[in-house]
Every structure is written in C-alpha cells, then in structure tokens.
Write a protein that binds this ligand. Structure first.
Ligand code: AN0
Ligand code: CP
Length: 317
C-alpha cells in the first residue's frame, strides 16, 4: 500500500479487518518491521486521539516518530502557488513538503477543511500535494473530506460488537455550536457502504452529504423513524455541504441531541461517536456513560487501525 486516504486503498476489506484483529491479538508481533524507519506526523489542526494512537501504533512496530505541529513552532506555510509571498507566511508548502520527505520514511497529515472554498477542500489540495511532492507514502490523519483511520477503527468496533451479519447502522447529525467538517460522516458512510451494512443517514433538511460518500444509503429526515430497529447509532455534527450554504451552520436544534428516549426506539443499539464530543449537545450524559456506549473501545481501536495501515505502508517500502 503506497498511500492511505480512503477505503479503496485497503483493497479487500474483510482481509483488512482480519489483519487488524490479528494485530489486536498480538500488537508486538512486528516490532522489527519499523526498525530504523521514521514516521513524521504533521498536524495543521489539534488532536488528542490521532496523535497518541498513531504514535503508539508506530512504536508497536518499532518505528521512530517525529511530530510537528505546523502552527506551533514551524514557519507558517503558504499553500497557494503563484502568490507574491509578502504576507505573514515565510515558507511555501512546495519547498516544505520535499524537505520534510528528506527526514522520514512515512508521512501522516492532518489538514481539515478550511471552508474557504468547497472546490479546494473537495479536491484535497493539501493532502494531494503531500502525495505528489513528498516522495514518501502518505496517510490521512483526517483531511478535508475524509477521516479513514477513524472509520477503519469504527468498522473494527462494529465487527466486534454486531449480532447480525448485516446490522442496521444509523448515522445521525446532532447539534454543535461550531461549523465542523464533513470528513468524519463522509468517511463513515463510505466505509459502512463498503462493508455492506444497512446504512441510514438522518439529518435536518439542508445537511445532505456528498453522494459520492453516502452512495446507496437511505436518507431519513425523521430522526425517530431512522432510529427504529437500529443496531448502531453513530452521532456526529457536520456543517452544510450543499451550495450555497457550504460550511455553514443551518440548525442548532437541540431536539436532535441523542438521548435515552430516542435510544429506546432502537434494537438496543450501541452508541458511537469519534470524540471529542460535546455532551448534552450531541449526546446526553446518560447515553454516553451508559452500558451501550462504545466511545472508549472505539478510541482504543484507533491504535489498531493505525497499526494496520502503518504495517502495510512499511511493507511497501
Ligand atoms: C473534528 C471534526 O469534526 O472533524 C475532529 C473529529 C475527529 N472535530 C472538532 O473539531 C470538534
Ligand atoms: N477522533 C479523533 O480523530 O480525535 P482527535 O481529533 O483527538 O485526534
């Protein structure tokens, strides 16, 4: 595997999950694979889970790890070609990327949607430049339109907890005070479709996602109806995708918060969220602390998804 940005990069998904579960059984089985190999993790945005779980995964494989927070201590990077650089950004990405590539064997990049231009975000301009100019295998640690390490961990978690071959999985929008990217729901839908689950997406009108990710999923505007018979409820906020509202908040309707009354409509569903989560906006204390909450096992599986991806990238060196 030469890059990891979407579900297709893993090839056979069943084989990838089986490999992940094998790694989970013995995460120190490949400590020689990463010997004298260096991972560079580059963050344009904040992180707790991705930062720690990916570093841990790399250490499990025997790698050395360098972490750079671009906005804290590095030169501010210009990303557009052709601009006269007379502003506050002293370095261009087109030099910075190959330079960083000189110091490492694998690069992970976190670069969220900026919501300045839908085209720029959905072309994944930052991530694609890393793939093109770094000379190294690159993986996404959440880019503008996807968060594949999260979705891979979510898939592993569902495989560990499902009671039927093809569970009903409901992706529900929930309110949030800030405009958040579509990366997590995009990837989640893409991966659930690839896994062949019964996927239902529920959100207020106007929050439709890019159909390239939601594909054949059913869209249901009535959240309660969507929850009926659900085996898994995956909550997430996202800002509007469709024009002319791209990147905007259209609703903060707290009647969409996931609570115990709504969870009671489900088939005793597991509750999932990628974290960080705003309690009593996205989900009530009661549900997230309850016995059907999977948020911690989900976060734990981030180490496993990252290790599976890093193992495959190392094997291709
Ligand atoms: C980010 C998002 O919604 O994409 C990261 C989630 C993993 N969340 C926030 O910025 C709160
Ligand atoms: N879920 C997730 O990616 O969390 P962080 O933003 O803390 O890395």
């Amino acid at each position: 595997m030469k890059k990891f940005t979407c579900v297709a990069d893993l090839g056979d998904l069943r084989a990838a999950v089986a490999e992940a579960l094998e790694i989970k059984r013995d995460r120190f089985a490949h400590t020689e694979l990463g010997r004298n190999r260096t991972l560079l993790m580059l963050f344009f945005n904040s992180s707790l889970r991705t930062r720690l779980s990916t570093q841990k995964a790399a250490m499990n494989l025997g790698m050395n790890v360098m972490v750079l927070d671009v906005n804290q201590g590095a030169w501010k990077l210009e990303t557009e070609r052709g601009v006269v650089m007379d502003g506050d950004r002293p370095e261009h990405l087109l030099e910075a990327i190959p330079v960083m590539g000189c110091y490492c064997d694998v690069i992970g990049v976190r670069s969220f949607a900026r919501f300045e231009s839908k085209q720029e975000d959905y072309e994944e301009r930052i991530l694609e430049q890393f793939i093109r100019y770094s000379g190294r295998p690159v993986f996404s640690m959440e880019a503008a339109t996807g968060h594949p390490l999260q979705s891979f961990a979510d898939l592993i978690t569902i495989e560990e907890h499902k009671r039927t071959e093809r569970p009903k999985v409901v992706l529900t929008w929930a309110p949030h005070p800030k405009a958040l990217p579509q990366a997590v729901p995009n990837s989640f839908a893409e991966w659930m479709n690839a896994a062949g689950y019964d996927l239902v997406v529920t959100h207020p009108e106007g929050y439709e996602l890019d159909p390239r990710f939601t594909g054949g999923a059913r869209i249901e505007y009535d959240q309660r109806r969507a929850f009926e018979g659900a085996d898994f409820v995956y909550a997430k906020n996202w800002a509007a995708y469709r024009d002319p509202n791209y990147g905007r908040i259209l609703s903060q309707d707290r009647s969409w918060t996931v609570d115990a009354a709504k969870m009671a409509l489900t088939n005793d569903a597991w509750f999932m969220h990628c974290l960080p989560v705003r309690r009593n906006m996205i989900v009530t204390d009661e549900v997230i602390e309850g016995p059907r909450s999977l948020v911690i096992p989900e976060a734990a599986n981030r180490e496993i998804s990252a290790q599976t991806v890093l193992k495959r990238l190392l094997e291709s060196l």
